[in-house]
Design a protein around this ligand. Structure first.
Ligand SMILES: [Mg+2]
Length: 387
């Protein structure tokens, strides 16, 4: 089967979101980044780039280049939300999505010829939906592998769509600078240039000894890369729709206290699974099957997504306390839905919750090493039947 990879990359993402939400910023040089003394530029709008400003540049330098620029600290939690919206658009086109950061992702769209004879039709549809639904501009690269797709998306920016057809790999790479190769940093690029090798095309003509000299153990991989060969798979981090656990009791449960203890045990299980998958969710659903086999299900949606046991438990407990369970309960289940990825580099919680999350993660890893019963909350102590 022919492989087709699409790399979607938002144009000037943070700055574009700010310009979208604040019309007075449109058409102006907007620079988003750290405003402190040692801050660096995260994203510069295309208007700001005309002044020579680019990401990773010290903010002080950016201010010198463009004193009239609009400098913003940005709103990370907003970008996380927009990023999730982009992901859900991408998920409509392929289950194999690998996000690289908040504003770019790979999609494997191989084998979709029956639906879209040409893979660029998918890229066109994605770009259109992002524009229409989110008011933002994305560039896309379409190619037989990840390396070429990423280069291609960059090549057409802004609002680009570049396709590298199979057989055109070498031609596409010929005049690109060696610094564009994955794994070639600034130092190696400089060394190559001083050896007279500036472009990927020139490097492709060099003999094996040159590769060994510059790349050592990576020489073979690099020789493949310079001719556009790259078989790395798209590592999908597709977000599941729900995560839940349930228990069927051997004897119908009547006591409210026991119900609560089981709610806690289930919340801990679900919370741990969420943390393991780096997911957070907003909606908690409790399912209860009564002695009569009648099944009840009640949901509650939180203001903020969570993966903390106690948040899930609080909801589950209050939901259960509002149910009429006198006839006895056969089954209890807790499920969290409305899931999205948790990004470790971004704090989504307050400081105390971040601390709590770190503690839970430490407990998770102890359980991974020493078994499920290594740590049990006081509430469950001596009641191993719940865990
Ligand atoms: Mg980008």
């Amino acid at each position: 089967m022919k492989r087709w990879i699409i790399h979607v990359d938002m144009d000037a993402f943070f700055a574009a979101v700010e310009q979208r939400d604040n019309p007075e910023l449109r058409g102006k040089p907007v620079i988003v980044g750290g405003l402190g003394r040692r801050g660096v530029v995260s994203t510069a709008s295309y208007e700001a780039r005309k002044f020579g400003i680019h990401s990773a540049m010290p903010m002080a330098e950016a201010r010198q280049l463009c004193p009239k620029g609009i400098f913003l600290a940005g709103d990370h939690s907003k970008y996380v939300k927009v990023s999730a919206d982009i992901q859900s658009i991408l998920a409509d086109f392929s289950p194999a999505i690998e996000p690289l950061s908040l504003d770019e992702a790979f999609l494997d769209v191989s084998g979709m010829e029956w639906l879209y004879p040409k893979p660029q039709e998918i890229a066109v549809k994605i770009k259109r939906r992002i524009k229409k639904e989110l008011g933002l501009v994305a560039s896309a690269g379409v190619a037989p592998n990840k390396f070429l797709a990423k280069l291609a998306s960059d090549y057409g920016k802004p609002d680009g769509l570049v396709v590298v057809e199979p057989g055109m790999e070498k031609e596409f790479l010929r005049d690109k600078s060696v610094g564009r190769l994955w794994g070639v940093g600034a130092t190696t690029a400089e060394l190559l240039c001083s050896a007279g090798i500036n472009t990927i095309g020139q490097l492709a003509k060099a003999d094996r000894a040159v590769f060994e000299k510059f790349f050592g153990s990576a020489a073979a991989a690099m020789r493949a890369l310079v001719v556009g060969a790259d078989d790395r798979p798209v590592v999908s981090t597709h977000v599941p729709k729900s995560m839940g656990n349930e228990i069927t009791f051997e004897k119908d449960l009547v006591a409210k206290e026991e119900m609560e203890a089981y709610c806690l045990a289930l919340s801990q299980k679900v919370g741990r699974r969420l943390r393991k998958a780096d997911l957070i969710g907003r909606t908690v659903t409790v399912k209860i099957r009564l002695a009569s086999f009648k099944t009840l299900s009640r949901s509650h949606t939180l203001d903020e997504a969570t993966c903390l046991d106690e948040k899930i438990y609080e909801v589950a407990k209050s939901v259960v306390s509002g149910m009429e369970l006198a006839q006895g309960v056969r089954l209890l289940g807790i499920t969290v839905t409305n899931l999205k990825p948790w990004m470790p580099q971004i704090s989504l919680f307050g400081e105390s919750e971040d601390k709590r999350l770190r503690m839970l993660r430490a407990m998770d890893s102890l359980k991974d090493r020493f078994g499920e019963t290594a740590i049990t909350s006081c509430r469950l102590l001596g009641e191993n039947k719940y865990t």
